[in-house]
Design a protein around this ligand. Structure first.
Ligand code: NAG
Ligand code: NAG
Ligand code: NAG
Ligand code: NAG
Ligand code: NAG
Length: 242
């Protein structure tokens, strides 16, 4: 089983004066995982300082051929016995598999959604949950799941992964609590080990530099000075005000 994950975090700012950021995360093929295998293969979003539990929803896009996994767990580090698992594009991209693990009581069902993922195109999703146990999943503007758990699990952690031969590039939306002058105002700055600082004309050029390096976690791009900083992989994402 391959349990390797490459993190690609790109700090972007969508529009002037808008605090909406996207975190890009690449999940490698974690091998023969399925909704019933242990939680070890999931990447906790808390690793990226993302806490979707605070708002009880996860808005993201994912580009993968099949088998994009999301776990909603009762533990922040996902080491829990109680969780929900949603497999988007299960059965060779033909369905969604939903599973609830609660002690030994397992509920599992499939929803037919042929071609829900696309190997070459980012597909957008919105997963919401409530304390009263309602879980909904939107695929684009279409509601593909609306289920209510009679015995709701309290969600503390969210994780993602891909498996069974599939790799995924995720863009997770989040509201930045940070303002800085990296790439306009507001911006976010990754305060971590830098591999290099190079002059680049645009953020896109800076991002493409990162994409071809396995040791790159993400970038900081300063629009004013055109400084492109390459952040080293293998570390936790820490954002700060500069
Ligand atoms: C899930 O994977 C485990 C091995 O990791 C396997 O034993 C089990 O049969 C699989 N379950 C399904 C439903 O494919
Ligand atoms: C998976 O689906 C694709 C596209 O529909 C098809 O070409 C391929 O043969 C399928 N693979 C399996 C193992 O069923
Ligand atoms: C995936 O998206 C591409 C580009 O939009 C499209 O041409 C292709 O038909 C899509 N594939 C599937 C299986 O929907
Ligand atoms: C999910 O939650 C977000 C944030 O509260 C909200 O904007 C959105 O409308 C919700 N979606 C659904 C389908 O309830
Ligand atoms: C989900 O279903 C329930 C009842 O089954 C309904 O009251 C609710 O409005 C639905 N949620 C959405 C977002 O459509």
């Amino acid at each position: 089983m391959v349990i390797s994950v490459i993190f690609l975090a790109v700090f972007t700012t969508a529009g002037l004066g808008n605090l909406l950021d996207q975190m890009w995360i690449k999940t490698e093929n974690s091998g023969f995982v399925n909704a019933s295998t242990p939680n070890l293969d999931y990447t906790s979003l808390s690793l990226f300082q993302l806490y979707p539990v605070n708002d009880q929803y996860l808005k993201f896009t994912v580009k993968a051929c099949s088998y994009a996994f999301i776990i909603l767990a009762s533990d922040i580090y996902l080491f829990s016995f109680y969780d929900y698992r949603i497999v988007i594009g299960a059965g060779n991209n033909s369905k969604i598999n939903f599973r609830r693990n609660y002690d030994l009581i397992i509920i599992s069902f499939d929803i037919s959604t042929p071609g829900i993922l696309n190997c070459t195109k980012h597909k957008s999703f919105e997963l919401n949950w409530t304390v009263s146990g309602r879980i909904t999943l939107m695929s684009g503007s279409k509601m593909v799941m609306n289920w209510t758990d009679p015995l709701p699990i309290s969600i503390k952690g969210v994780g993602i992964t891909t498996g069974l031969g599939s790799v995924g590039l995720w863009k997770v939306e989040h509201y930045s609590k940070f303002t800085g002058f990296y790439c306009g105002e507001p911006g976010a700055y990754g305060s971590m080990t830098l591999l290099s600082t190079i002059k680049k004309h645009s953020r896109v050029d800076c991002v493409s530099l990162c994409l071809v390096r396995d040791d790159c976690l993400g970038i900081n791009f300063n629009c004013k000075t055109e400084e492109c900083q390459i952040i080293a992989a293998g570390q936790q994402v820490i954002k700060m005000v500069v």
